[in-house]
Design a binder for this molecule. Sequence first.
Ligand code: FCB
Length: 447
Amino acid sequence: MPDRYDLPTGFRWGAATAAYQIEGAVTEDGRGPSVWDVFAARPGAVRDGHTGAVACDHYHRYPEDIALMKNLGLDGYRFSIAWPRVLPTGSGPVNPAGLAFYDRLVDALLDAGITPLPTLFHWDLPQALEDGGGWLNRDTAHHFADYAAIVTDRLGDRVPAWITLNEPFVHTVFGYALGTHAPGRTLMLEALPAAHHQLLAHGLAASILHDRGLEVMLSNNLTPVEPATPSDADLAAAQAYDALHNRLFTDPVLLGRYPDLSALGVPDDLYGAIHPGDTDLIAAPGLDGLGLNFYNPTRIAAPTEPGLPFDFVDIPDVPHTAFGWPVVPDALRQLLLNLRDTYGKSLPPITITENGCSVTESTTPDQPRIDFMSAHLDALAAAIAEGVDIRGYYTWSLLDNYEWAEGYHQRFGLIHVDFATQQRTPKASYTWYRDLIAAHRTHRSRS
Ligand code: FCB
């Protein structure tokens, strides 16, 4: 079994965050409201009514956070840009103070020797665009492309690679189908136009970024799907779920076509959203890298009640994180091999843009997180040894932060944050990751 020191030369070590989860300062310097500000204020929407109004106060404390990243030895830092800071109403005038914040952040990262890897959209849509239909409105894709042009005009001279969208699956399903995330719509499968418009936004922005000589990635949340039993009914249910969760967001980008969703009763044109030529707009720019966010595999059974054609089944007999997610590191290896087998030459190099787990605050010395990361890095090294091209690993997350509908209850950070005082305290996993990165560098320089 190859170990994690056998990663290729140039393999990039990183950590990831997202704007609404860490920045706070939601009314400062001209930032407009996002769907998350509005959703989190809705009674009952988020556990204990938590909001991201302060979060980790990273907007003010970014120099301290970058010092912690530098000490960790990171090659790269994945963060997201808040669209409503740059364009407070999404499509109107630019807010110079908002752009200036990201300018300072990028320069401070570069001064620390860390490559910035920005995500242009990590779920905090300007509320003004949501009021016009949000991602259900095709115009949002064009507004996104304009926003991408504005941001890369400012930062593209110093930032070589960009992620357009974070997890369009999770945003579509939680935000528009189930309503457990902002903007809180409950359209079930009729939410799927929001998926297409995000992919269209990706394609339009990717062309603009390529014209500027920049590299483009898309970060998808992918999960290997296994049937609960070998029965035909469970197998069919698992295939339907795989099409919805994985292939819907990867096939159009890599193969230029949508998967067959007929088992879900979804029309081929996604309820009229797909216009002629759209699949070319999505695929033609090509992807320089696929961002993979991996947390857990999914077990699916045939439905026991009318409604959706699948049921979720827990995976027993494996550890579960504080969030209740099953821990199956080898599923990452399987997923990577499946991607290679499914997409072949169409698969660009992969970067793991999120992987990590929430651990209960009282757990010291943070051993479950160390075990989680260690086992997933072994799985990744095994996939590399089996021929998958993987360029880097960005752990989720640098800091404990605002975990969406769970508020501040799920702690994913290498660094503990006391949300009352904003005190940062590195955990044992921080020291472990720092030593791992240093050992990897030493090992490579000797070999
Ligand atoms: C992912 C999100 C990220 C974080 C982790 C735990 O789905 O992209 O913002 O919430 O889950």
